[in-house]
Write a protein that binds this ligand. Structure first.
Ligand SMILES: Cc1ncc(COP(=O)(O)O)c(C=O)c1O
Length: 453
């Protein structure tokens, strides 16, 4: 595979971008700060490939951070978007695709009787939490460290010192009093959960969790932990919110809720539900959703909410997945990837383990066993990842520019693409980490035994 070294146009454009866009980007991870170097400026994409401004082609495992379950510019979807645009780009009134997409979500996801559309995952989460607070007449919310729920003020919060102390802002601009209404718990820890609820359970409006935590690595949870969470929320009258912005419609039509057979009170969606267009959604039972304006007194609105073009794209994507057994195909592809990458990692000079669920995958660098909490990710994970990232990019493979981001497969990926990834990974590991040799690997294993569960 050719080296992708000519990046002059990307570099020039990015330099220009730095003058007019903060950090040169519209969303921070894109700036490559997690791995160093200059971001590629992308010109076009097709199937499983993206093309930069210098004309370099890359096999893409980012998939626009999750939405593109069919791959880039799927002809059927492109045609549908074109058709919809010709009928009008926005009506500011109800439309058929919006109603049909709502019906599909309601049919598919256990416990959701009604759904409201918004324009991003952040907006979905923000609105769902306001709804939970309005419906329960309580203020406190609980989140887990290692889960990301968008850039909502009261969710950009880190754990304070000690259990059940106030959360503290993890971003400048988040007022302390907002953060103080949020409690932050570690994942995978029933004791911490029970202790917090014993102390403050009657004041907790909602607990929000990514049932498949996929924003700080892929921290798959024990089903028992999720079940305990469900039970304790029920016991104390707090609403359980599954943030399925990544997992929703990626694991299947019925989300992580069906995968774990646990029904949340509210669920939030984004990414796949919009088929690559800006869509978010949240839903729950009629009993809860009736609190939303115009029926109820929890205010929530949006000029472009339920946008007909975005709704058409989401609807077409999901229908295509249903008609073509898309999730079954992705699972088969995921199994193939797991087999191939795991084989490479077995002889990796540095310890590493592959974590996969459906078409979402992540490599836990430095760890022999998959971590289940943010705290147990290996301290050298970022260092290892940087070398792997640039090695793969130079060989024409684009993975996320951050050690903590997962990879996504789409229906456009082939076994051949996965072979390319695994062969290139083997090459990059040998090229970059040969000095580690096997005795180092076993030393590293010993050092990190205490840091993984
Ligand atoms: C689980 C989860 N929730 C919420 C969000 C926020 O979604 P958006 O970026 O569309 O605002 C994300 C984004 O990655 C996410 O992964």
């Amino acid at each position: 595979m050719s080296k992708h070294s000519a990046k002059e146009r990307s570099e020039l454009l990015y330099k220009r971008a730095l003058a007019s866009l903060p950090g040169g980007v519209s969303s921070p991870v894109r700036a490559f700060h997690g791995v160093g170097g200059t971001p590629l400026v992308i010109q076009s994409a097709n199937g499983s490939e993206i093309v930069d401004e210098d004309g370099n082609q890359y096999l893409d495992f980012i998939g626009s951070w999750g939405p593109l379950i069919l791959g880039h510019t799927h002809p059927m979807l492109t045609q549908e978007i074109r058709r919809s645009v010709q009928q009008g780009t926005s009506f500011g009134a109800p439309s058929r695709p919006e109603i049909e997409l709502a019906e599909l979500v309601v049919e598919s996801y256990a416990g959701i009787e009604q759904v409201r559309f918004v324009s991003s995952g952040t907006e979905a989460v923000m609105s769902a939490i306001r709804l939970a607070r309005g419906a329960t007449q309580r203020d406190l919310i609980v989140k887990f460290s290692g889960c990301y729920h968008g850039h909502v003020d009261y969710l950009l919060v880190a754990a304070g010192s000690g259990l059940a102390t106030f959360g503290t802002p993890s971003s400048a601009g988040v007022p302390k009093p907002f953060a103080e209404l949020t409690r932050v718990l570690p994942l995978d820890d029933e004791d911490a959960l029970i202790k917090l609820f014993k102390k403050e359970g009657n004041k907790i409006a909602a607990v929000i969790i990514e049932p498949v935590p996929a924003n700080n690595g892929l921290l798959l949870q024990r089903p028992k932990f999720l079940k305990t969470l469900r039970d304790i929320c029920t016991k104390y009258g707090a609403l359980l919110v599954f943030d399925e912005v990544i997992s929703g419609f990626r694991l299947g039509l019925a989300g992580a809720a069906a995968h774990y057979a646990i029904q949340p009170d509210l669920a939030t969606f984004g990414k796949v539900i919009g088929g690559g267009m800006p869509v978010g959604a949240f839903g729950g039972s009629k009993k809860i959703m009736k609190h939303l304006a115009p029926q109820g007194d929890v205010y929530q609105a949006g000029t472009l909410s339920g946008n007909p073009v975005a709704m058409s794209a989401g609807l077409k994507t999901l229908r295509y997945m249903i008609e073509n057994q898309g999730w079954r195909k992705l699972e088969a592809l995921g199994e193939y990837l797991e087999k191939k990458i795991s084989t490479v990692l077995k002889t990796s000079p540095i310890p590493a383990s592959l974590v996969r669920i459906s078409s979402i995958f992540w490599i836990a660098w430095g760890s022999n066993t998959p971590p289940r909490s943010a705290e147990s990710i290996h301290k050298n994970a970022v260092k290892y990842y940087k070398a792997v990232f640039h090695g793969l990019l130079n060989r024409g493979i684009s993975i996320a520019p951050s050690a903590y981001e997962v990879g996504f497969l789409s229906l456009a990926h082939t076994k051949d693409d996965i072979d390319k990834l695994s062969n290139s990974l083997a090459y990059v590991l040998a090229e970059n980490f040969s000095e580690f040799k096997f005795q180092n690997r076993s030393q590293e294993n010993k050092k990190m035994t205490g840091s993984t569960p």
